[in-house]
Unconditional design. Structure first.
Lengths: 117, 116
């Protein structure tokens, strides 16, 4: 069964509005979560690493004031796309690391499709 | 240089046949992990299999096996007895270093189509 959930699964919004996406680890605590972005027919690009209780670490080229990340608890990280524009339309996927004994494995949420009109 | 290279943009296979998806990697770190994920049209990323750089044996998970050739820096995914539901995008990924919390680097993916 799913171990990471994401909400909403899709959202359509007007340009200039802000959109919040939630990522939850369902049956484990995740001190570290990751946010990825995926454009059509392309691979996943890491946007930022979300750390519980501290500031997120952003990848080069990702605007931290545009993509606000809050990892408020051990099971929840949120990504807020502020003042969204059409170029922000994309598929956003979060992941959380679960310790499986032999190795730590990243489990992904089902993703959120964002369309900004 | 790309860290993960998947040279096959698309692959066709008939149902019940085996298929190999190629992945080569580049790292100077002696400690690393290799992952394969499946992404169906729904978009979710499904973890398939993991191979650690120090693992002596090739990883296997049901119909999935990883052909790990360390000297060649390749980590090909073998799917035996393909099923229609295997049609999806497949991504190879690598995590460098000992920490299990390091980030993943993904390849560009291979689209697999399984025909009846």
């Amino acid at each position: 069964g799913a171990v990471v959930s994401q909400h909403p699964s899709w959202v359509i919004c007007k340009s200039g509005t802000s959109v919040k996406i939630e990522c939850r680890s369902l049956d484990f605590q995740a001190t570290t979560m990751f946010w990825y972005r995926q454009f059509p027919k392309q691979s996943l690009m890491l946007m930022a690493t979300s750390n519980e209780g501290s500031k997120a670490t952003y990848e080069q080229g990702v605007e931290k004031d545009k993509f606000l990340i809050n990892h408020a608890s051990l099971t929840l990280s949120t990504l807020t796309v502020t003042s969204a524009h059409p170029e922000d339309s994309s598929f956003y996927i979060c992941s959380a690391i679960k310790n499986m004994g032999r190795q730590e494995t990243q489990y992904f949420g089902p993703g959120t499709r964002l369309l900004v009109l | 240089a790309q860290k993960i290279t998947q040279t096959q943009p698309g692959m066709f296979v008939q149902e019940k046949e085996a298929v190999t998806l190629d992945c080569t990697y580049d790292t100077s770190d002696p400690s690393y992990g290799l992952f394969w994920y499946k992404q169906p049209s729904s978009g979710e990323m499904i973890f398939l299999i993991y191979q650690g750089s120090y693992d002596q044996q090739n990883a296997t998970e049901g119909r999935y096996s990883l052909n790990f050739q360390k000297a060649r820096k390749s980590a090909n995914l073998v799917i035996s007895a393909s099923q229609l539901g295997d049609s999806a995008m497949y991504f190879c990924a690598m995590r460098e270093g000992r920490s299990g919390y390091s980030t993943l680097t993904f390849g560009k993916g291979t689209m697999l189509l399984v025909s009846p």
